[in-house]
Design a protein around this ligand. Structure first.
Ligand code: NAD
Ligand code: DAU
Length: 359
């Protein structure tokens, strides 16, 4: 039975990935979820799998070399799926150090531990091992020409401390491939949306604020463009790269779904108005009048857009979820999980929100 070590499995994409993999492989795989449970990690996200015999959770920090080496010593890990990271651009602008520590040093710890566990005496690697490093399209910087896209060959040009730390981590993975022929792949994905996303990110933040009649903060002119992908389609791409990706290669993942932020906000408002029953008191709150243009994000990248040609042609990946369906599913999920939202927005989230949005 293949054993996956998933880092950051209690976060947004990590928890969706754990569900995706059990839906697809059932009892044929084992997953060990290693997560430090920062503000972004929530074990409640995994309540649907916690009783499975082939799932286990270890609370550990990827910066903790000893703890990570112990996990490799005690388990025969076949595949590392490395999600764990500080993931929010706005936080990286305020406090960059932890992004370097977790995203760069933490990745170095993970790479070193996997290399030590998987390396044969002659410097080759045991059969069937793979390190999948989950990265972002933000490493490529910002596109100005509307006809331009991010390809795997696009030079790295990160602007935020977050994207600079992810770019550094990607380059470390590449260095392991180039130097040791380490069996790794890198995936660079566009903006994900779906269940379990922490409401510091645009889509769940707008849903949450709209339901409680709070202002909907739109940075700058609202015309920055992001390329949105339903989280399950990202998980499907990661699984395909693990299964079929050529060792050492990188793959961009994105579904050609570019939208201006203001369009996203208006779509959420419309979807909420459609879905909420007339007798739901929150319905009266939901209105475009809540939209408030606020100070722009520092160094705000204007446009991201992925060219997914390589993963589509070489591995046969295509997204399954149209944006219109995905956003409806997402809005419905948040409406049906108001307890989840209440839980994650209690406590320190309130301080974060006040500090970030000066309210
Ligand atoms: P998230 O912030 O929701 O989750 C991150 C998880 O990592 C949390 O569970 C957190 O507790 C854990 N973590 C943080 N620091 C840790 C540490 N030092 N040790 C162990 N665990 C730690 O993030 P996400 O949005 O799910 O993103 C997951 C990965 O995917 C990240 O690497 C991110 O860069 C990448 N990515 C995200 C997107 C997106 O749109 N969200 C798009 C492309 C790539
Ligand atoms: O592109 C992939 C990246 O997508 C991932 O690597 C990151 O981990 C993930 O957080 C996401 O980064 P963004 O900065 O694009 O996502 P965010 O949801 O923070 O913002 C999306 C857009 O919406 C961005 O242009 C900023 C804008 N925005 C965001 C917030 C939180 C607003 O206008 N208002 C807001 O309140």
């Amino acid at each position: 039975m293949r054993t996956y070590l998933v880092t950051g499995g209690a976060g947004f994409i990590g928890s969706n990935f754990v569900y995706y993999m059990f839906r697809k492989y059932g009892d044929d795989i084992r997953i060990i979820n290693v997560d430090a449970l920062t503000y972004a990690g929530n074990l409640g996200n995994l309540s649907g799998v916690e009783d499975r015999k082939n799932y286990s959770f270890i609370k550990a920090d990827i910066r903790d070399k000893e703890a990570i080496e112990k996990i490799f010593a005690e388990n025969d890990i076949d595949v590392v799926v490395h999600f764990a990271a500080e993931s929010h651009v706005d936080r990286s602008i305020v406090n960059p150090e932890v992004f370097v520590e977790t995203n760069v040093l933490g990745t170095a710890v993970m790479l070193n531990a996997a290399k030590a566990a998987w390396e044969n005496k002659d410097g080759s690697f045991k059969e069937g091992k793979k390190f999948l490093h989950v990265s972002t399209d933000e490493v490529y910087g910002s596109l100005s020409d509307p006809a331009d896209y991010f390809y795997e060959t696009t030079p790295y040009d990160p602007h935020s401390p977050y994207s600079a730390s992810k770019a550094s981590a990607d380059l470390l993975v590449k260095a392991y491939v180039d130097t040791y022929h380490f069996p790794a792949n890198i995936t660079n994905c566009s903006n994900n949306y779906g269940p379990y996303q922490f409401p510091e990110k645009l889509i769940p933040l707008i849903i949450n604020n709209a339901l409680s009649g709070k202002k909907l903060p739109v940075y700058g002119d609202g015309k920055n463009v992001r390329d949105w992908l339903y989280v399950d389609d990202h998980c499907k791409g990661i699984d395909m790269v693990i299964e079929k990706g050529k060792p050492g290669e990188k793959y961009n993942i994105g579904g050609h779904n570019e939208r201006e932020n203001i369009q996203i906000v208006k779509t959420i408002i419309k979807t909420l108005q459609e879905i909420l029953p007339d007798d739901d008191p929150r319905k009266a709150n939901v209105s475009e009048d809540l939209i408030t243009f606020v100070e722009d994000r520092k160094g705000h990248d204007r446009r991201y857009a992925i060219a997914p040609d390589k993963i589509s042609k070489e591995l046969g990946w295509l997204p399954d979820t149209k944006f219109e369906d995905g956003i409806r599913l997402t809005v419905k999920w948040y409406l049906e999980h108001s307890d989840w939202m209440e839980n994650v927005t209690s406590g320190s989230y309130q301080d974060y929100y006040k500090r970030m949005y000066k309210v």
